[in-house]
Design a binder for this molecule. Structure first.
Ligand code: FES
Length: 159
């Protein structure tokens, strides 16, 4: 029985974006290499990080896997480019699966892409421990103003 794949999957599969690799020895490159136990498919994903802004300036991938895994990683590379490491680490496989309309049996293929970006970010953090501290500091700082605003509103309401 022939499965009808969504045109977005076919587009990313037949014309994958950002295929390739970077030198994993570069200090500003993080490399993720992950495998899917369910099928044995493997994905390598690399990010280049702008150390000043902690944002992803370039992404490359190679996937030795099925069409949905290739499409998932291709879409992911477009999604995370320009994101901060903190933002990219929160990308969920369900987001990818939804965008590409992956059928349930192909969910693990998008999981491979989520694992790959997490693994690449962790590799970058291992090489650049200061970047992780900056990211944690920023996400804490981002949470602060909201508490301040809530406090102000509460004061206004009761006053
Ligand atoms: Fe294994 Fe798609 S079938 S990654």
């Amino acid at each position: 029985q022939r499965r009808n794949y969504h045109e977005k999957v076919l587009d990313h599969y037949s014309n994958p974006r950002n295929v390739g690799s970077m030198s994993k020895n570069d200090a500003d490159v993080g490399t993720g290499l992950v495998g899917a136990p369910a099928c044995g498919d493997v994905m390598k994903l690399q990010i280049r990080v702008d150390p000043d802004s902690n944002t992803i300036s370039d992404v490359k991938f190679k996937t030795f896997g099925c069409g949905s895994a290739i499409a998932s990683s291709s879409y992911l590379t477009e999604l995370v480019r320009g994101m901060t490491l903190e933002q990219a680490s929160r990308v969920k496989n369900t987001e990818i699966a939804k965008e590409l309309c992956l059928p349930p049996v192909k969910l693990h293929c998008s999981m491979l892409a989520e694992d790959a970006i997490k693994s690449a970010i962790n590799n970058y953090y291992t090489k650049n421990p200061k970047a992780k501290q900056t990211d944690l500091g920023m996400s804490q700082a981002q949470g602060m103003p909201r508490i301040e605003i809530e406090k102000v509103t509460a004061t206004t309401d009761t006053g």
